[in-house]
Design a protein around this ligand. Structure first.
Ligand SMILES: [Zn+2]
Length: 352
């Protein structure tokens, strides 16, 4: 059979063979273009490498690969091995998971409706009302330091003060009365005076309380509640607070731990101020509206937290007797020193 006759006879078979070969070459060409730079040529019968593999090799192979001599035959660098599998480093571990169940916030123990406090009718009001500031009401111990002595007024000395005030016609008022008077909604008795006691020492119950009752006077006791909660015997107990309140004594907050309240964040101020306020309210069954700054220290944020917590006013340790609505969170007082005789007290009260 001549070639010509064979071509004529099997032309269809030859055409099919040429067609198959041509198709295979075409697939190979497309594979090179589609895989892009860095991939091995995809040949028929060999699986094309995943496009993600080169990135893995680049990012992880440097520190873990055994150095390959430059003369060595290059080995496929895209073959993934178990040691190259990236180890997740951001998987949350046990230390990131809270291990303690958050306790629910304490349930408020009172149902008082917050009120904004009395506001002035017809402009600001300024009244001259002396506010005396006492601390310890006992004879200081023999080894007391200068600070303790300065803060301690003995019971006989205190009684002499009370006798003088009665003789001069002073009448004790509450901070409630003053708040309404400063808003123009109440009038005060002649010669009003407010007696305050800071810190809530136990001698306030043992010595000041009976003398105040004996003279028909009332006092405002600014207590910080941590030592009371801790049953510290140097401070009032809650039973004493309740007994004194029922007898007409007034209670205000002096914070929770007596910390310096300057430069604090809102969370701490709320903890110190509102925590103490609610503790006192829970025991006396009456809203607490008045605050005494621990050691007289405060800043603008302290005042803003007091205002937002529905306090009506606050007393400082600044000297003075002019009280006004606009200055209600910075009310001045007269410090009574341990060495103050009746004459010293009279001089302070007659200084205005
Ligand atoms: Zn204090």
């Amino acid at each position: 059979m001549s070639i010509l006759r064979a071509l004529t006879r099997y032309w269809l078979v030859i055409l099919l063979i040429l067609l198959v070969v041509g198709l295979q070459l075409g697939v190979g060409f497309v594979g090179v273009k589609g895989a892009g730079i860095g991939l091995k040529l995809a040949r028929p019968g060999q699986p094309a490498p995943s496009p993600t593999l080169p990135a893995m090799v680049v990012s992880t192979s440097i520190p873990t690969n055994t150095p390959v001599p430059p003369t060595a035959t290059p080995t496929p660098t895209f073959t993934p091995s178990p040691t190259r599998t990236p180890t997740p480093t951001d998987t949350p571990t046990g230390t990131l998971t809270p291990t303690n169940t958050p306790s629910p916030p304490p349930t408020p123990t009172n149902t008082f409706t917050p009120t904004p406090g009395p506001t002035p009718i017809g402009g600001d009001v300024t009244l001259e009302v002396p506010i005396l500031m006492y601390h310890y009401l006992s004879t200081p111990p023999a080894d007391a330091d200068v600070y303790r002595r300065d803060l301690s007024v003995s019971p006989p000395q205190f009684e002499a003060h009370l006798a003088y005030l009665r003789q001069e016609g002073y009448q004790t008022i509450s901070l409630w009365q003053l708040a309404y008077a400063l808003s123009g909604q109440a009038t005060l008795p002649a010669r009003p005076i407010i007696l305050t006691f800071d810190d809530g020492y136990r001698d306030n119950y043992e010595n000041a309380f009976p003398l105040l009752r004996q003279y028909g006077y009332t006092g405002v006791f600014f207590i910080f509640t941590y030592p009371i909660d801790a049953s510290n015997p140097d401070y009032l107990s809650w039973d004493m607070v309740v007994e004194m309140h029922r007898a007409g004594m007034e209670f205000g907050s002096h914070s929770y731990r007596h910390w310096d309240l300057r430069g604090r964040d809102v969370d701490l101020l709320v903890y110190e101020i509102v925590g103490s306020k609610e503790a006192i309210e829970a025991h006396i069954g009456e809203p607490v509206r008045f605050f005494s700054y621990p050691a007289g220290r405060y800043d603008d944020l302290t005042i803003r937290v007091l205002d937002s917590a529905h306090f009506w006013s606050a007393v400082t340790t600044e000297w003075g007797f002019e009280q006004s609505f606009s200055n209600r969170f910075q009310m001045p007082r007269f410090r009574v020193r341990g060495s103050d005789t009746v004459d010293d007290l009279a001089e302070k009260l007659n200084s205005f």
